[in-house]
Design a protein around this ligand. Structure first.
Ligand SMILES: [Fe+2]
Length: 184
């Protein structure tokens, strides 16, 4: 049984614990243990980001990556916990270049698969790709106000630092959906 309202209530409690990211990770592990139940409740049909809950302390977003979608590098400036319940999310991590701090250099990667719950530290800069021919779906929980926290993105286009713009993310989703023939 998966229930969005219960998930949100549990996340609200978890962020008041002494180690919020660990508590949220446990909440997500429990909540997404039955991936079929999560899919039945959230019903992903195309790429998109659905804000399930947003507050100054915690934000919960249902992310669905369209087939072969890439999202440009960005930071969060808060911890994040990602529960993949369907598909695969390939992360590429970056660091700021010591000689040119507004530019990035790659620093590794991680393949996240269905059933994984991953915690990212608040300094992480990453790009995300769905390598599959089908949708990838995940619940992302952020330890703060994901929508209003000023932060950065590098792209689309030139990898130059600029203010994060959620509309740019929505444009990436629209483009990837169109390429995959997933119309609204
Ligand atoms: Fe991210």
């Amino acid at each position: 049984m998966f229930d969005v309202d219960q998930l949100i209530t549990d996340c609200q409690s978890a962020v008041r614990e002494t180690e919020p990211h660990r508590a949220v990770r446990e909440v997500l592990e429990r909540a997404t243990a039955d991936a079929t139940a999560v899919g039945d409740a959230l019903r992903p049909t195309r790429g998109g980001a659905e804000i399930l809950y947003s507050s100054p302390d915690v934000t919960v977003i249902h992310f669905v990556w369209a087939p072969h979608m890439n999202l440009f590098p960005h930071d969060h400036r808060m911890w994040a916990a990602i529960a993949l319940y369907n598909g695969q999310e390939d992360n590429v991590f970056f660091r700021r270049r010591p000689d040119e701090p507004r530019a990035l250099t790659e620093s590794g990667g991680k393949e996240v698969r269905a059933g994984d719950v991953v915690v990212l530290g608040k300094d992480v800069i990453h790009a995300v790709a769905n390598p599959l021919d089908r949708l990838t779906a995940a619940i992302h929980v952020y330890g703060g106000d994901y929508l209003d926290e000023p932060r950065s993105q590098w792209g689309p286009g030139p990898m130059e630092e600029r203010p994060f713009d959620f509309e740019a993310v929505r444009a990436q989703f629209a483009e990837a959906n169109a390429k995959a023939g997933l119309t609204a």
